[in-house]
Design a protein around this ligand. Structure first.
Ligand code: BGC
Length: 272
């Protein structure tokens, strides 16, 4: 593993000593790419969060160029972890949600290696990255027993955790519930698009969680994603048997988990 290098002080306010204490994570979303230098001991951002719009079409080369731009902004030359909304099996994208369909069937590391050159690159599913971050820096419930970690955003992402170990690439947002995909019923984007109140949306989330509960019987369900910042408006309304806890890292989790995976800090990671 290469060591992270110091940063350009005009972009990152605090100085970074070159050690494996820091990583760089990028979370690729449908509307923007978000990135930060992450302190891998605390899970905190070291300096500011950087953001660039997702290029359209969001092809492998265009996303790779946007990631290169972010590393330049941070003056980062160490390992890079990238969270993609894709199923990634042995570095091949099997799906592409909210990014260009040309990702499917391609090697996800290759376009980044081409533009990032000397950087060591790791790519993993965005919800898996967020779930791993929660294991390391979030709710203690993520570390023990069976935990179903969910992100509510443009889609519904899922990470299945057993005693803090990841079962990678679960895609529970696509589970059919009465012929409708769970994420078409109850993602955060659907709430916004349909102008649903939190109470009405919570009923839909409850339907989805009941189905997950029926099939998986986890010890706990951990809910994350941006909408969890308003968790007091919907989590208490959920009537499910499984305890529901709110993720601690909220929408920082994808970046933090990507940085951690990028730095090789994920034990037994299937992604490298
Ligand atoms: C994708 C998942 C992704 C989730 C959250 C879903 O539509 O299929 O791979 O984790 O959205 O971005």
């Amino acid at each position: 593993m290469t060591s992270p290098q110091p940063h350009n002080e005009s972009h990152v306010s605090r100085s970074v000593s070159p050690s494996s204490r820091f990583g760089f994570g990028v979370d690729v979303g449908g509307s923007s790419l978000k990135a930060a230098v992450v302190d891998l001991h605390s899970g905190e951002f070291h300096g500011e969060r950087l953001e660039v719009p997702t290029p359209q079409p969001a092809t492998p080369d265009a996303i790779a160029e946007a990631v290169a731009q972010l590393t330049r902004q941070a003056a980062w030359s160490g390992p890079v972890g990238i969270a993609l909304p894709s199923v990634i099996v042995r570095n091949i994208a099997r799906t592409a949600a909210n990014i260009d369909a040309t990702w499917v069937g391609t090697d996800v590391v290759e376009p980044f290696s081409t533009v990032l050159g000397h950087h060591d690159v790791t790519v993993l599913n965005d919800a898996d990255a967020a779930g791993l971050a929660e294991v390391s820096f979030g709710s203690p419930e993520a570390q023990r027993g069976s935990a179903l970690f969910l992100t509510f955003g443009t889609g519904i992402g899922s990470a299945l955790l057993a005693n803090g170990q990841l079962f990678a690439n679960s895609e529970l947002g696509h589970l059919l519930i009465d012929d409708t995909e769970a994420e078409h019923l109850a993602s955060s984007a659907v709430r916004t698009r349909e102008g649903l109140s939190y109470a009405d949306w919570a009923k839909r989330v409850e339907t989805v969680l009941c189905e997950y509960e029926r099939l998986l019987n986890p010890d706990v369900i951990i809910v994350g994603g941006g909408v969890s910042e308003n968790s007091d408006q919907w989590v208490p309304l959920l009537n499910v048997n499984t305890p529901v806890v709110v993720a601690k890292l909220l929408n920082r989790a994808g970046i933090v988990g990507a940085a951690k995976a990028g730095a090789g800090h994920v034990a037994g990671s299937p992604h490298r």
